[in-house]
Design a binder for this molecule. Structure first.
Ligand SMILES: [Zn+2]
Length: 138
């Protein structure tokens, strides 16, 4: 069915197409987002693509005030922080993503466990087009 390799590059290509793709281990049913070509649980390399619906729950988060350069380029800094989170996906597996629609200046009001849905952030910094995975409250 899907012939693309299980790699971060493929994962990012899919994000550009607004598809959230991971891999599923056919041996033990473990799920990985971004996709892995080898299962870290049972070491099988018998993997298949899994398209995720983009629903999940907030498992953990951090409000980032000291941003890496690519985020500073997008206008984030100490005065304009952003939220980086881990989302527990409805189909299983966990993914790192930006969290939008919540106030990074009020981390005490952000609750772990809230339902989220996927959002694709298409950005253009200079001539470079990137798509970032984000989630926002349902
Ligand atoms: Zn496995």
């Amino acid at each position: 069915m899907e012939e693309r390799p299980f790699s971060d590059i493929t994962y990012e290509q899919y994000l550009k197409e607004e598809r959230l793709m991971g891999s599923r281990c056919k041996e033990c049913d473990a799920r990985f987002v971004p996709p892995r070509s080898i299962c870290v649980k049972c070491f099988s390399s018998d993997m298949e693509w899994l398209e995720l619906k983009g629903k999940g729950r907030l498992a953990a988060f951090t409000c980032i005030t000291i941003a890496p350069p690519f985020m500073i380029a997008q206008g984030y800094n100490r005065k304009n922080p952003y939220i980086s989170g881990v989302v527990e996906l409805a189909e299983g597996g966990r993914v790192d993503a930006r969290i939008e629609g919540l106030d990074p200046n009020k981390p005490e009001e952000i609750k772990v466990g809230i339902p989220l849905k996927v959002k694709y952030l298409h950005t253009e910094v200079g001539a470079k087009k990137e798509t970032y995975l984000a989630f926002e409250p349902l």
